[in-house]
Design a binder for this molecule. Structure first.
Ligand SMILES: [Zn+2]
Length: 287
């Protein structure tokens, strides 16, 4: 089902005639004060900026995000004063990590709905890659981005909304990805073969010494493709699947993975390839 896409968060410093009460501290917000809010049940809940980071249920979706992602997730971000923008960026990067709702692997967030039970807020420039991952073409000021992102289903809702987990590619990086699709697919085939060979070897070993405990699993190394100086596409085996990981690597920690990125399962990678023409159509339309 198609719906108009609304961003999950909203920011404003526009004076209002009506009184706005902060959902955090319950006191009034001065009418011209910068306020940060979240859309819930078709209405907005507003907070003082400081109260947002301590009280808003969805605050962790904005923690640690960069300017581009803020613009993608927060309605009105491009319209606020530069000083307010940098304040938001500082707040987002310095927000406390205590109470962050994370579980399992470093790159996974707990979904509040079961997979596939909700609608995505799809517009003409957003493409479903299945299992709560979407690819959307967005324009921030004059810059076009291809954003591949995890979605989540908010409490009590059936419509999925974007999270901060994912990566926003500029056109140059997107073109590089597109040019390397065949090579990436060859890497997937190679990795799959290695994985199968290892399985066979393991089976043989298991027959030989049944009583021996299985050793630590060894997986083939990542095969890397470059999108930019810091951004890589990695192909590697994760469990029994071969995944495609598009990620930014941090400079400080000798190119360790940052959490700005997305790990695509085989079906999602297939969906992305099938949507290449649509994505390029959207890029042309918005440019
Ligand atoms: Zn407040």
């Amino acid at each position: 089902m198609k719906r108009v896409k609304t961003l999950p968060f909203i920011v404003s410093s526009q004076p209002t005639k009506v009184e706005i009460r902060c959902c955090g501290c319950k006191s009034l917000i001065n009418s011209d004060q910068l306020r940060l809010g979240v859309w819930e049940y078709k209405s907005s809940s507003w907070f003082h900026c400081a109260c947002f980071w301590t009280n808003c249920y969805y605050r962790n979706h904005l923690w640690g995000v960069d300017g581009n992602t803020l613009a993608e997730l927060v309605d009105g971000f491009s319209g606020i004063a530069p000083s307010d923008k940098s304040r938001l960026l500082t707040d987002a990067s310095s927000a406390p990590s205590i109470g962050r709702r994370k579980s399992g692997s470093k790159f996974e967030i707990p979904y509040e709905g079961s997979e596939g039970d909700g609608d995505y807020e799809l517009d003409d420039n957003t493409f479903d890659l299945t299992n709560l991952v979407c690819c959307s073409v967005t324009k921030v000021q004059t810059n076009l981005h291809v954003s591949i992102r995890k979605y989540f289903i908010p409490r009590g809702r059936t419509c999925a909304k974007p999270t901060k987990y994912g990566i926003s590619l500029n056109c140059e990086q997107w073109n590089k990805l597109e040019l390397q699709v065949d090579d990436i697919n060859s890497a997937i085939a190679t990795t799959q073969k290695t994985l199968k060979d290892k399985e066979k070897e393991k089976d043989k070993k298991d027959c030989k010494d049944k009583n021996k405990l299985p050793g630590k699993e060894e997986f083939p190394d990542w095969i890397l493709f470059s999108l930019s100086w810091k951004r890589r596409v990695g192909v590697f085996a994760s469990g029994e699947e071969v995944v495609v990981d598009i990620r930014e690597f941090s400079e400080e920690k000798t190119f360790s993975e940052s959490d700005r990125g997305i790990r695509l399962k085989p079906d999602q990678w297939k969906q992305l390839q099938e949507n290449i023409n649509n994505i390029n159509k959207s890029l042309r339309k918005l440019s």
